[in-house]
Ligand binder design. Structure first.
Ligand code: SF4
Length: 354
């Protein structure tokens, strides 16, 4: 089949394609949901270094799992992955179920992940349908949608077709081949039809109508960068003030952020940096100002638990992506992701502070 031959010759060498371990494939599939491959690669390696198997993940503290997830966004995925690992440990003796149907019984595993793991790791004949697959098959067949209302019908048609097409001998490769084609050749805005292995069978050759994308909105906020210096003259920044988002928050609960200023407008002379950060449909313009310790309570909104944190500890905490970005740009922590080394347990640190 032309598609499988093309995949064999052109597939990207990605770390999760070098393993047959169902657990590792599962982790990669969860990380790859709504997150770019380039962002996932290093975090995937770090995550598997720290949690190499289901039992290690199941017995870890949630804060540690979130810390390793920091920067990937959509933290609910990490919480559900952790819960699912606990469920696998308790109900399946630490071994991931082998069929899509059983995988669906685990927290956070929907039809996409179940089909991906079952087909790639266990060779079950079941199709995976994500945005890439939907685009490729819609273009192949000349199926269009012009409204979001029609999108559900299209998805069902694509699922039916994908399950008819899936190669019974190589279901995992077939699924990955269609997704790879969508990610590298049948691109949303600029399909490379001249090099596409399916061009002779394609009805549209790239002409393809889709519903309008939801508009992004812009929101301005401001954060406080409050620091303490180390002992001695000419000392460097030693601690930063962080705030834990309350458990009642529906988004990024229990994660650590910079305190939010009550006033989103920051005077030019106080401005330390401006950071842009997108979360779902919102483009945040974040102004960051330095705040001296004595003014923190006056200038910031009352939030969750606050704690002065040494910079080396902050680097390993479950920071929000925005907090990690700001601390990294201020050169307080290295890079934009947690290291694979010791991850301090924020929960136990917080206990000590009580
Ligand atoms: S021929 Fe073009 S539009 Fe059709 S599947 Fe290939 S890349 Fe996509």
């Amino acid at each position: 089949m032309a598609l499988l031959q093309w995949y064999e010759a052109n597939r990207r060498d990605l770390p999760w394609r070098r393993t047959t371990d169902p657990y590792a494939i599962w982790v990669s599939e969860i990380m790859l949901q709504q997150t770019r491959v380039a962002v996932v690669i290093e975090r995937y390696k770090a995550f598997l270094t720290r949690f190499p198997d289901v039992i290690t993940l199941a017995t870890a503290e949630e804060q540690e799992v979130l810390a390793l997830w920091s920067g990937l966004g959509y933290y609910r995925r990490a919480r559900m992955l952790h819960k699912a690992a606990q469920s696998v440990a308790a109900k399946f003796n630490g071994r991931l179920p082998t069929s899509a149907e059983e995988l669906l019984s685990l927290p956070g595993i929907g039809s996409y992940t179940a089909a991906a793991v079952a087909s790639i790791a266990y060779g079950e004949r079941i199709a995976v349908v994500d945005g890439n697959v939907e685009r490729v098959l819609s273009r192949l067949e000349g199926w269009h949608t012009s409204s979001r209302e029609e999108a559900g019908d299209l998805r069902r048609k694509v699922e039916t077709l994908a399950n008819q097409l899936v190669d019974p001998a190589h279901p995992g490769d077939f699924n990955q081949a269609v997704m790879e084609l969508g990610a590298t050749v049948c691109l949303p805005r600029n399909p490379q039809c001249l090099v596409c292995p399916l061009a002779t069978e394609c009805v549209t050759l790239g002409e393809h109508r889709t519903p309008p994308r939801p508009r992004m909105i812009t929101q301005e906020i401001a954060c406080a960068l409050a620091v303490r210096l180390g002992p001695g003259r000419n000392s460097n920044v030693d601690e930063v003030l962080l705030e834990q988002r309350p458990p009642s928050h529906s988004v990024m609960r229990d994660m650590w952020q910079l305190p939010v200023l009550s006033e989103p407008v920051v005077a030019e002379e106080d401005l330390r940096m401006t950071v842009r950060h997108a979360i779902m449909q919102v483009n945040y313009v974040v102004r960051v100002r330095s705040v001296v310790e004595s003014e923190v309570d006056v200038l910031t909104e009352a939030g969750g638990l606050r704690r002065w944190v040494r910079l080396e500890e902050a680097a390993h905490m479950a920071l929000t992506g925005l907090a990690r970005k700001i601390l990294s740009r201020a050169n307080f922590i290295a890079g934009d992701r947690p290291s694979t080394g010791l991850v301090r347990l924020v929960a136990s640190s917080a206990e000590r502070d009580k």
